[in-house]
Design a protein around this ligand. Structure first.
Ligand code: UDP
Ligand code: MG
Length: 308
């Protein structure tokens, strides 16, 4: 198998027919072997029937149906595990990842690149809030993790087979593929594109889901949050020392600074905040460690089509 297109699908009944009728002829034209691997992430609309219909008419369409919604990252992981192509391209079902950019990615792969990122230059049809949070996410993740993860790059990527194998060898449960792609290394390049609006439907990413995704990118890839307690602790100790000196000097000169009790309230409040914030980070890592030791499957497949 030469190319595998991997698509995570969650309630995309309106997008799927357009996706299939756009991508299939485009891939046929290449006149090389390919497969379309769809992972239905527990859709509750007609997506399941539509995918089964594609699979019954087209042996190139392979489908995994999840038993429930496990999230886009789990669906992409499943797609990569079932893909047999020498080059694997992950795409969204809503055509926000323009298929013609996938062809350019293939050209770059033929030039010898192992990972080709789709880099979003403009994002149409997305709220200012979504664009701003996405932009902050990329920059904060890069800064905190020091991963070689280009900014404004999502899951739309081409991976060479050896990259797929390297990513599949990473066994952690909480994962963000784009961060893992930054971790594995290899020869990488980007193709810029203007991100169009969805062909149909609306985004599935609420602010809560985006924050969780950001956490899955940051926490497994850095110990920075755990080092914060030392930094904040030293800062609090220094502030206390400065205040103590100021109080002593002021009282020596008989200046009324309101008495120690007036300062105690903000001081205790500040210390408590630092303590609680730090214990949150510690709890996150404790929970992540617990999840790893549980070692549950990352998803459950209900049914497969055109896959043994
Ligand atoms: N998706 C998924 N599971 C989810 C949410 C989304 O498989 O829980 C799929 C969705 O069908 C689409 C891709 O992931 O193919 C990206 O989702 P979406 O377009 O909602 O995200 P956005 O482009 O707005 O970031
Ligand atoms: Mg989308």
């Amino acid at each position: 198998m030469k190319y595998s297109i991997v698509v995570a699908v969650y309630n995309e009944e309106k997008s799927l027919p357009i996706f299939y009728s756009t991508v299939k002829p485009m891939m046929d034209e290449l006149q090389e072997e390919y497969e379309l691997v769809f992972v239905n992430d527990g859709s509750t609309d007609e997506s399941e029937g539509i995918l089964n219909d594609f699979a019954s008419k087209d042996a190139r369409v392979k489908v995994c149906h999840f038993s429930r919604n496990f999230g886009q990252q789990a669906a992409l992981l499943c797609g990569m595990q079932h893909a047999s192509g020498e080059a694997v391209i992950a795409m969204d079902a809503d055509l926000q990842d323009p298929p013609e950019v996938a062809l350019k990615m293939i050209e770059k792969w033929k030039e010898g690149y192992d990972i080709v990122h789709g880099k979003r230059r403009k994002r149409r049809g997305e709220t200012v809030f979504k664009r701003a949070t996405a932009s902050i996410f990329y920059r904060v993740t890069r800064k905190l993790t020091r991963l070689d993860m280009p900014a404004d790059v999502g899951d739309f990527k081409l991976y060479d087979r050896k990259v797929v194998e390297a990513i599949l060898s990473m066994k952690e449960h909480d994962r963000l593929l784009r961060a893992q792609a930054g971790w594995v290394g290899f020869k990488q390049t980007s193709i810029e594109f203007d991100r169009p609006e969805r062909v149909a439907g609306t985004t599935h990413y609420t602010l809560k889901k985006m924050l969780r995704l950001a956490g899955d990118g940051i926490f497994p890839n850095t110990n920075y949050p755990l080092t914060l307690s030392l930094k904040l602790g030293v800062l609090a100790a220094m502030l206390t020392a400065v205040c103590a000196v100021v109080f002593i000097v002021l009282s020596c000169f008989g200046v009324n600074y309101g008495g120690l009790t007036a300062w105690l309230f903000p001081f205790i409040g500040g210390c408590l905040s630092v303590y609680l914030i730090n214990s949150y980070f510690t709890n996150v890592y404790v929970y992540m460690t617990y999840r790893e030791t549980q070692d549950r499957p990352k998803y459950v497949i209900k049914e497969k089509k055109n896959l043994e």
